[in-house]
Ligand binder design. Structure first.
Ligand code: GLN
Ligand code: ZN
Length: 759
């Protein structure tokens, strides 16, 4: 197969969801792990899903279909297998698939690889480990088998692999090895071997993903990409190469790729801009795969403006293909099961299947003229117009109130004034003990929720059962001797969904599942309109809990940034404006909690760092609006009401200044694993608030001893004065078992008492 013979394609997507339209793969893998089905059965389910996905993409009119985007767990882990880069410790597992799952999830003897967020999505990838002993060796069985399968099905198949630069820059060095990227040359040879194998197998095109080019992870990335693709492009025996960038503007990376001999380059034209494409003259001889259909969010394309974008590129590129901005992995399969939506709302949306149709329509318009898709354009225009004029997207009251509050300044009293007022109200001992909010989600709680959904019990019975749980949790905390209690969050299925279900401007999908990692899926709510709060959301539970005890009960809310981060958010106004609307609803809730006698309120922002933009130039303006939204949500209460926040990480990096700017009275953070380094980081920026570095690692079933927690506290006291130090676990307890939690918290309270004696 020589390079020049492959025809440019015209319509494609960068990848597809793979968990199954009814989460078939989730069920099958979990059954396999539990020993309920064998490998044959699991593989059958997987093959069926691949077959259906390819058939649908081809039938929709794509003339190039991605394959090898299927995964039993994760595409980075697949790439580690492809390159022979699994760590030695999993080598003892004889069976190939079990070895793969052991790397992903660990087993009794083997620690799993780490997992972290995939760029700015809610997907998490497995972080490959590159050590001094890692010997790259091509293992192309999976990609060749999938290519073969697709070809046998008559599919115009294009294998997709993660590129060497992205692979190495997202991997982690272990055992004192140097940064993995030093091995780029060596790894490029392995990719060269792979290209030859793919050519032998009849692949006309290969897609090589280099999303790392849209980030600032390495300033050298464009130059390194140029080296890699010059070398791979110079190989005589290979398929045509399509290098895909996505999740933003490739910046200098685009011109760098354009100078190499690769045949096609993909750019994200939803989150990136057309200007950089027009500015790269070398693109005149390339196929540009224009990602004009949003793969990262669920809104219907405005076909007319997408066509205008495409038309503006025609003179600058050799040939133009229509694509998605990124893989459709990040959106649900199809709108078809969403029967509960009103017609207007439904007309604004496009899930995976609908996006494929949009790509095909746009490609057809490029080929045959826009009249060929006149009906689709008319429908798209109608949807755009309906969305613009829908009253749910413009709530004058909400907008007016936000303007008034932000003009007046969303500030509280000085930290000193607040501290004095709170000390007088709360009378807490030094080193006060508390928890992060949730207590174990017991079988009874889950049963009650399922029965409510199934209609077996009514609201009143459900409420009665939740209150019984709350009473148990309050009694437990009183017995343990904690100082600031929580109601335990039994009524919350999920800390974002719980609020989204009660706020106007959101809707919950029936089947909008998206893979989060491995077999885990989430169903993000859709934030489509102006957000408002028709009624109080948490007051009943919090006041019930408070009625059972003389100790302060901490009200528990989710912050605006986290609510946005874990939802699909409207794209017709800046995120900052949407964040303020959510913040106003949370603010109203804090005011209601305060009026109901709640003296301590926690507003969780575990996702503050997750939404940080990929490019440094965009980060400060993000942090400004994120902090602004948090302060809007927490500045409606009196100085005597204590505001807590909770963050789920300990390496603050770029967000450390923002954490101080949140101006919460007390901040609890994950620190059980990082040995209080966080306190030094906070001191370095002059953080002066209350701080609770987690002394109990809730991510492990282990019960920490009093001695070790007391030792952590003494260590913390060297960095933070006793008046500012809080004692708490490092996250919510919902995933733990009641007996573990009881034992651990008993030790935690004892450790606090122990540490107090030295003061
Ligand atoms: N309040 C929440 C809980 O305890 C916080 C969860 C989180 O940090 N992700 O479950
Ligand atoms: Zn947490």
């Amino acid at each position: 197969m020589s390079t020049q013979t492959a025809q440019p394609f015209t319509a494609t997507v960068l990848g597809s969801p793979r968990i199954g339209p009814r989460r078939e793969l989730k069920r099958a893998t979990e059954s396999y792990w539990a020993g309920r089905i064998g490998q044959d059965e699991l593989k059958k389910v997987a093959a069926g899903l691949r077959r259906d996905t390819w058939a649908q993409l081809a039938a929709a009119g794509l003339d190039s279909v991605p394959v090898n985007t299927f995964s039993y767990y994760d595409q980075m882990l697949d790439t580690a297998v492809l390159l022979g880069a699994l760590p030695a410790r999993v080598g003892e597992v004889a069976d190939e698939l079990d070895r793969y799952f052991a790397a992903a999830r660990g087993n009794a003897e083997i620690a799993p690889l780490e997992m972290t967020k995939w760029f700015d999505t809610n997907y998490h990838y497995i972080v490959p480990e590159i050590g001094p002993d890692t010997k790259f060796a091509l293992n192309p069985a999976k990609v060749l088998a999938e290519l073969n399968e697709a070809q046998a099905q008559g599919i115009p198949a294009r294998p997709v692999i993660i590129g060497p630069l992205t692979f190495l820059l997202l991997s982690k060095a272990v055992d004192d090895a140097p940064a993995p990227v030093v091995r780029l040359d060596e790894l490029t040879d392995v990719y060269g071997e792979l290209l030859a194998k793919l050519a032998d197998a009849g692949a006309e095109w290969v897609q090589i993903d280099e999303p790392v080019l849209v980030t600032d992870i390495s300033a050298d990335a464009p130059a390194l990409a140029e080296q890699v693709y010059n070398r791979l492009g110079a190989l005589s025996h290979r398929p045509s190469i399509f290098v895909a960038t996505y999740f933003g503007d490739p910046g200098a990376g685009l011109a760098a790729l354009a100078r190499t001999p690769v045949e096609a380059i993909g750019v994200d034209l939803v989150y990136g801009s057309v200007a950089s494409v027009v500015a790269a003259p070398e693109l005149a001889s390339k196929t540009l795969v224009a990602g004009v259909v949003d793969g990262h969010n669920i809104w219907r394309s405005d076909l007319q403006s997408a066509l205008a974008k495409l038309a503006s590129l025609l003179g600058s590129v050799g040939s133009l293909a229509v694509g998605t901005s990124c893989s459709l992995l990040h959106v649900p399969y199809s709108l078809e099961p969403e029967t509960g939506l009103d017609d207007a709302l439904r007309s604004w949306l496009a899930f995976g299947a609908e996006k494929v149709t949009e790509v095909a329509a746009l490609a057809r318009a490029l080929k045959e003229g826009r009249e060929a898709i006149a009906d689709a354009i008319a429908a798209s225009n109608a949807a755009v117009a309906s969305r613009k004029s829908d009253p749910r997207l413009n709530n004058a009251d909400v907008r007016g109130r936000i303007a008034a509050i932000t003009t007046a300044g969303a500030n509280r009293g000085s930290a000193a004034a607040r501290r004095a007022a709170q000390d007088e109200r709360l009378h807490l001992p030094p080193l006060p003990t508390t928890t992060i909010g949730s207590f174990p989600q017991t079988v009874d709680i889950r049963k009650a929720r399922a029965s409510l959904v199934a209609g077996e019990i009514d609201e009143a019975e459900y409420t009665r059962r939740m209150k019984a749980e709350i009473a148990d949790v309050i009694k437990l905390q009183e017995n343990l001797g904690l100082d600031v209690l929580v109601h335990g969050e039994p009524e919350r299925n999920d800390m974002v969904q719980y609020f989204a279900e009660q706020l106007d401007g959101f809707f919950a999908t029936a089947n909008g599942w998206v893979q989060s990692y491995g077999s885990r899926c989430v169903r993000p709510p859709v934030l489509f309109g102006d957000v408002s709060r028709p009624h109080a959301m948490t007051v009943e539970w919090a006041t019930y809990a408070q009625s059972l005890t003389d100790k302060p009960v901490k009200g528990m809310l989710t912050g605006p940034v986290t609510i946005l981060a874990w939802s699909f958010v409207r794209d017709d106004q800046p995120m900052a404006d949407t964040a303020d609307q959510v913040a106003l609803a949370i603010r109203d809730e804090t005011v209601d909690l305060e009026a109901a006698g709640i003296a301590v309120i926690q507003v969780d922002e575990p996702a503050l760092r997750e939404l940080l933009p990929l490019r440094q130039v965009d980060q400060q303006s993000y942090l400004d609006w994120a902090v602004g939204a948090f302060r809007l949500s927490t500045s409606g209460v009196q100085d005597a009401t204590q505001i807590h926040t909770h963050l789920c990480y300990s390496e603050f990096g770029e967000v450390i200044g923002a954490i101080a700017d949140l101006d919460a009275d007390v901040t609890s953070i994950e620190a059980a694993r990082s040995h209080m380094e966080v306190l030094d980081d906070l001191n370095a920026i002059g953080f002066a608030g209350g701080v609770g570095p987690g002394v109990y690692d809730i991510h492990s079933p282990r019960v920490p001893s009093t001695g070790e927690m007391a030792a952590s506290l003494r260590e913390a006291l060297e960095a933070v004065p006793a008046q500012r130090l809080w004692v708490n676990p490092d996250c919510g307890l919902k995933t733990r078992k009641t007996d573990e939690v009881t034992a651990s918290l008993a030790n935690l309270v004892a450790a606090a008492k122990d540490a107090r004696t030295g003061l």
